[in-house]
Ligand binder design. Structure first.
Ligand code: LM2
Ligand code: CA
Length: 485
């Protein structure tokens, strides 16, 4: 232990003994843990975002769209129909990929690849992939042949029909996508080679696409063959009606917890917010250390999500509550505006996706046109909440308070947040153990540590009470380092 650490530990011990708050106005931000999904963003633009927005804002990791060669076509979902394991796609070349991981690492941002390993293409006719590889439904020359695929024989066309059947879900075809026999060691070896290649190219971990469609036992030897410390996040869409549960996959690493947003949406629409179980035990949720939580992702924004970029302040409210929470690891979603569910991101004359980047300014969601980047990760409110979360660190989430439609809570000695999902202005007094003074609202103003710009809105703290004055639909959040001085 260093002298400085010992000194800090002593101060904390004294504070605990004397019963006074451990509030240290110079509290250092905790290590970044928030991720951002940059949907269908080319590697050169991801590198740019790491350097200009993600690193400076304190995001810790970025989730990419799939990097492997895919079928030809303009739709975004061509990414989810692999043709080979070449790292060549509409999102960039192998060289650009390696350059991105290096630049992101230098900016303090880990890169997580989206690994499509359950299946290959869903095409019935033979074709040629983005990088020139030829294929047919169950034949990928030099990589997979017919015997490497399942032929489930459980449904008329071998497509999944009944999600209550574990065997169908895991061995039949998901929307006609040729389903790899992931129990076979030959297939496992090829998948491991692909994932190892991505790791050699500098990624810190992988999202396992469609993990539900592979038995956890099939994935175990694959994950075990990867280097110690590889981050693995499985996508297992929770459904109470189905036999396959996200909990089956926590032995591999983290899982996306789809229930998190589903619990939040009705609270925001009814303006009746309640504390979750503050001991971290949440019904229908994986253990808190395994959970990656989100308000939406590329699938749910085209489906079940109640709130998306289109909802502006209300979407900010949902994301802010998630970022303020002490359960799970949050990931913010940032894509592009769309009205057609299938529409891909804009491309240049060669078919490559355009490398659009985001400035730091707020985005007016009402003026976005199809294909324009939403830049959610760069919205000052979200960047401000990422800073808030790092100041909150591991401080306890205290019981919430409400008044009318407003609700709020503090992270002990560090920070407080208040939301008003109702239709009328509301005042809310949140008990906080912060020193008296005025604190800048990081939702209106963005990050405040080292900021030189004016504070757009502030909240008074006196005698251990933060007095929030919330317009209808507003979110405000203050932290120890946002004091206006
Ligand atoms: C996922 N997770 O488990 C991805 O998050 C999700 O975006 C993927 O679906 C899916 N699994 C497969 O990787 C997307 C998209 C589908 C699309 C598939 C394959 O949501 O619409 O299916 O990718 O590209 C499309 C067509 C579908 C067709 C299929 C095969 O929409 O009608 O089925 O291609 O050609 C005949
Ligand atoms: Ca499968």
């Amino acid at each position: 232990m260093t002298g400085g650490r010992a000194g800090a530990a002593l101060l904390v011990a004294v504070a605990l003994l004397t019963g006074c708050s451990a509030a240290d106005p110079q509290a250092e931000p905790a290590d970044p843990d928030v991720g951002v999904q940059l949907f269908q963003l080319p590697w050169t633009a991801v590198a740019e975002e790491c350097e200009t927005t993600l690193g400076p804002a304190g995001y810790g990791w970025v989730l990419l769209s799939p990097a492997q060669e895919h079928i030809a076509g303009d739709q975004w979902w061509t990414s989810y129909q692999p043709v080979s394991h070449l790292v060549e796609s509409r999102l960039g070349t192998r060289e650009e990929f390696a350059d991105m991981t290096a630049r992101c690492a230098a900016a303090g941002v880990d890169v997580i690849a989206d690994a499509v390993i359950n299946h290959m293409t869903g095409q019935t006719a033979p074709g040629v992939g983005w990088a020139g590889s030829t294929y047919s439904h169950k034949d990928y020359p030099g990589l997979y042949e017919e015997s490497d695929f399942h032929a489930c024989g459980l449904t008329a066309d071998d497509d999944i029909v009944d999600y209550t059947s574990r065997d169908q879900v895991q061995t039949c075809e998901l929307v006609n996508l040729a389903d790899l026999d992931t129990a076979s060691s030959r297939v496992q070896q090829r998948i491991v080679a692909h994932l190892t290649d991505l790791l050699d190219l500098g990624v810190a971990g992988i999202r396992i696409d469609a993990a539900k469609h592979m038995a956890a036992a099939d994935l175990e030897p694959i994950v075990a063959a990867l280097p110690e410390g590889t981050r693995v996040i499985s996508e297992v869409i929770r459904s109470a009606r189905e036999p396959i549960a996200p909990e089956e996959y926590t032995g591999l690493g983290e899982v996306f917890e789809f229930q998190y947003a589903r619990d939040l949406f009705p609270q925001l629409s009814s303006a009746i917010l309640a504390d979750p179980d503050l001991d971290g035990q949440r019904p229908m949720h994986v253990a808190e250390g395994a959970a990656v939580v989100f308000i939406d992702n590329h699938d749910t924004e085209r489906g079940e999500a109640d709130l998306t970029y289109r909802d502006g302040a209300r979407y900010v409210m949902a994301n802010a509550l998630m970022l303020a929470d002490d359960y799970g690891t949050p990931i913010v979603y940032s894509g592009y505006a769309f009205s057609d569910r299938d529409a891909g991101a804009p491309t240049d004359g060669t078919g490559r996706v355009t490398a659009d980047t985001c400035g730091a300014g707020p985005v007016d969601v009402t003026t976005l046109t199809d294909g324009q980047r939403t830049c959610v990760h760069a919205w000052p409110a979200l960047a401000g909440m990422v800073e808030w979360r790092r100041i909150a660190g591991d401080a306890a989430r205290l019981p919430g308070v409400d008044a009318g439609d407003a609700y709020g809570f503090a992270r002990e000695g560090r920070a407080a947040i208040a939301v008003n999902p109702g239709r009328e202005p509301a005042a809310l007094a949140v008990p906080v153990d912060l020193p008296d003074g005025r604190y800048c609202d990081v939702v209106a103003s963005g990050p405040r540590i080292g900021a030189t710009g004016d504070c757009a809105a502030s909240v008074e703290v006196s005698g251990g009470i933060a007095r929030f004055e919330l317009a209808a639909g507003a979110t405000q959040a203050i932290h120890l380092r946002s004091a206006t001085g």
